[in-house]
Design a protein around this ligand. Structure first.
Ligand SMILES: CC(C)(COP(=O)(O)OP(=O)(O)OC[C@H]1O[C@@H](n2cnc3c(N)ncnc32)[C@H](O)[C@@H]1OP(=O)(O)O)[C@@H](O)C(=O)NCCC(=O)NCCS
Length: 150
């Protein structure tokens, strides 16, 4: 199991993994291409097992903060610590880049992700009502969370 920075050659594997990891909220390949093409603004980290991509995280570098745009692990590989390893890696990278905080937004109903972030020390800063559209036409709140680095 190793973490490595992904590049444009990984777009296909990333898009395929994202589709199975979060089928209702996956990114189009163009979003990944865009992030992978802007190395100064985005870091895309992947975790492989036996050469197969099984998890990834996208960290956006803003002027003062890092923002975790996405983190996902293959359903077959969950609860083995990979999400936490990817998250810790992104936090360390943001710290290396002298960022003040790591920020993120998460669906209020995504209990696994909220538990992961809280276990890593993120706190809840607020809530955006009805932020995310749902498949049934309803909407779901976003929780705004942050981890202070300095
Ligand atoms: C959220 C996600 C990345 C976690 O990945 P993971 O590799 O299973 O997480 P880990 O094994 O590292 O778990 C770390 C901690 O997260 C929490 N956690 C993870 N899955 C959980 C679950 N199903 N129920 C409750 N807590 C959970 C726990 O606190 C866990 O620590 P513990 O195992 O010591 O109890 C994974 O569930 C996933 O890919 N979900 C779909 C994509 C997504 O929703 N991403 C977040 C929004 S972009």
């Amino acid at each position: 199991m190793r973490i490595e920075r992904l590049t444009l050659v990984d777009v296909e594997a990333l898009t395929a993994l994202d589709r199975i990891a979060q089928p209702h909220h996956s990114w189009p390949a163009a979003h990944f291409e865009s992030a992978l093409s802007q190395a100064a603004s985005y870091q895309v980290w992947g975790i492989r097992e036996d050469d197969e991509l099984v998890g990834f995280a996208v960290l956006a570098l803003q002027p003062f903060d890092g923002e975790l745009e996405m983190i996902a692990v293959s359903p077959a590989q969950r609860r083995k610590g990979m999400g936490r390893r990817l998250l810790d890696h992104c936090i360390a990278q943001a710290r290396n880049e002298s960022k003040e905080r790591v920020l993120l937004e998460v669906r209020s109903g995504n209990a696994e992700a909220v538990a992961l972030y809280e276990q890593a020390g993120f706190i809840r800063d607020g809530r955006r009502r009805d932020y995310y559209p749902l498949a049934d036409g309803k909407r779901e709140d976003a929780l705004l969370m942050s981890l202070r680095l300095v």
